[in-house]
Design a protein around this ligand. Structure first.
Ligand SMILES: *Cc1c(COP(=O)(O)O)cnc(C)c1O
Length: 353
């Protein structure tokens, strides 16, 4: 088999989720999922038929929720598919480049590598902000730039003036993709309002995080009518299973969306509670300010903490191998009880030091 696999597939490092690694535990604070769930039930009558290419009622509902017109929305299998679809649609593998800003979400680079498209990385500067000077010096042949806002795994918001500066000064032949997977935790900072002004702006959304629906794999691309038109040419003919659209529509109903908003507030409260309780622990060097449902924490020895938490049934995400994130762990915010247990275990560890 080895001989028939192309070199660019043989040589790259695949995405490693904790699920894939197979870590076991009882409290999962590793994948930024919502700890709150609601069982949305629905009976299906028409599973013998293929679904609509794009469920028109779901488009209507997401349009109302996002205040973006239906022609400017594309439903995808999670935003991970959106990241891949954009590169497949717009990049020529011999010519075009994908730009990204580490430390950030790994899938921008991984999708480009799988599609044999070259990438250019511009490391972020102080406070995990964008290095505008370097960005503009290196735009030659760049077709897509991926900005994660708020950023995963740092939890940081990108300065809105920097985003506007980029959109104002970049060629309209370069797409600026803002990944808003966590924007519901800081919704006033969404770039949706800029869509009417910049036809090369693309916004990625998902139901996987704040909506508590990681299991259904449903995401949305918001952009100009033209960008959506080309993406539609490349997207599979029946991409979204009907049970998925059904559940997504129920989640976007007013009464359910209200519950989701309450859960968002609960998560933010849990986050602030957790941070206030562990801020002063001697083996914590820094807790980065977060605008999301996770916190990035720098420890004196992160491997020891990671192992100790795992032994106590708590799975978090190790980020210490990444640039600038030496000794850092990323911890998703769970329920109040889960946060309390995490606090107890960290204090227990302190006593053993
Ligand atoms: C979780 C995450 C995604 C993937 O979301 P899905 O919709 O579940 O595919 C995309 N971008 C970022 C930054 C994420 O953290």
């Amino acid at each position: 088999m080895k001989t028939i696999v192309p070199k660019h597939i043989k040589n790259f490092l695949p995405y490693l989720s904790s699920r894939k690694i197979g870590l076991s535990g009882k409290i999962f604070l590793n994948a930024n999922e919502s700890p709150y769930y609601k069982i949305f039930t629905q009976t299906y009558h028409t599973l013998n038929r293929y679904p609509e290419f794009q469920d028109s009622k779901l488009l209507q509902k997401y349009s109302k929720y996002s205040r973006v017109s239906e022609e400017q929305i594309l439903i995808t299998r999670g935003s991970d598919e959106a990241i891949d679809l954009l590169i497949r649609t717009f990049c020529n593998s011999r010519k075009d480049l994908v730009m990204y800003f580490p430390p950030t979400y790994d899938m921008y680079k991984i999708c480009a590598q799988i599609l044999n498209v070259k990438t250019i990385r511009i490391p972020s500067i102080k406070n995990f902000q964008l290095n505008l000077t370097e960005i503009f010096k290196n735009l030659q042949s760049v077709k897509l730039i991926y900005i994660c806002n708020p950023n995963n795994p740092t939890g940081t918001l990108i300065n809105s003036l920097d985003l506007i500066y980029i959109l104002k000064n970049i060629s309209i032949f370069c797409l600026v993709v803002i990944d808003e997977a966590y924007i519901e935790f800081s919704i006033e900072n969404s770039s949706v309002k800029l869509l009417s002004k910049y036809s090369n702006l693309v916004i990625l959304r998902t139901l996987s995080k704040a909506f508590g629906l990681a299991g259904i794999r449903c995401g949305f691309i918001l952009s100009s009518v033209n960008v959506i038109k080309f993406l539609k040419k490349v997207l599979a003919p029946y991409p979204i299973p009907s049970p998925v659209s059904s559940i997504a529509k129920i989640a976007l109903k007013k009464e359910n969306y209200k519950k989701i908003q309450k859960n968002i507030l609960k998560i933010l409260k849990n986050r602030d509670f957790l941070v206030s309780k562990i801020l002063k622990l001697s083996f914590i060097q820094k807790i980065y300010h977060s605008q999301t449902n996770f916190v990035l924490i720098k420890f004196t020895e992160s491997q020891k903490v990671f192992k100790y938490l795992l032994e106590n049934g708590i799975v978090v995400r190790d980020q210490s191998h990444k640039n600038f994130l030496n000794n850092c762990l990323r911890i998703s915010i769970g329920t109040f009880e889960e946060c309390s247990e995490l606090i107890t275990i960290l204090y227990k560890m302190l006593k053993m030091e």
